[in-house]
Ligand binder design. Sequence first.
Ligand code: ZN
Ligand code: ZN
Length: 288
Amino acid sequence: MLDYHLHLWPHGTRASEPTLDELAAYCEAAAAAGVTELALTEHLFRFVQADGALRGFWDDDPDPRLRTQLAGYWDDHAHADLDVYVDAVLEAKAAGLPVVLGLEVDHYAGRMDRVAALLDGYPFDVLLGSVHWIGAWGFDQLGDPAVEAEWDQRAIDDVWDAYTDALEELAASGVCDVLAHPDLPKVGGRRPAVPDEWYDRMADAAAASGMAAEVSSAGCRKPVAEAYPAPALLSRFRKAGVPVTTASDAHGMADVASHGAELRALLADAGYDSLVSFRARRPAPVEV
Ligand SMILES: [Zn+2]
Ligand SMILES: [Zn+2]
């Protein structure tokens, strides 16, 4: 079992320099849950280097309320130094901890070439690809008034369509290795009556790009109360030959390797008997 999606800093808190003790504690908690390898995958938008390359991507959105909300969110997050983070994880690897160096990279519409240039030269093992924004709308920031107001205005099918467009662009860019929380728009519990069209497109996009997909327990801790992806989407990934990782998306110790039994059951039901790990962005099969 893997936990291939881990953050060091909860949203709403300032980043601190990761310590070897902190990473060792993550590994210890994971091992107790039967997890043999961890990927540290902090958000790209936590780092000042991303601020330099990507600030203002939200200016394309016509809605001033969403632009203002996202600018504030961005400013709350972009304070850490990518080189310090990379060095800390490499130090943990060198010390023998079962960790690999990753990052959770977002989809930046029309700007994935800038993202690729920014990441070039770093010794990442695995890059997660996530769609967190539709235009300037951070649709999974539940509880934010501007975000919630937008959910009330948009048709669910339109949201899924726009999300899938973004996911397809992200996959086709070739910048990332694993599709994180593939059906994230269900986070608040609003989902299309017939999602098949979008499930098909997501599975096709993953297969065509050669990406893996993530089976994540994060949704179990959200209003939707279900892992990502839904069983019907995971079955499509399986049919399309898309390999998978497992992940908690923890933002602190409490959730490291959470809901492992649920994830194992999901994988078994979909017919997966192996996972995929990464070194230097090259995949290798491992046991569930
Ligand atoms: Zn995410
Ligand atoms: Zn995450």
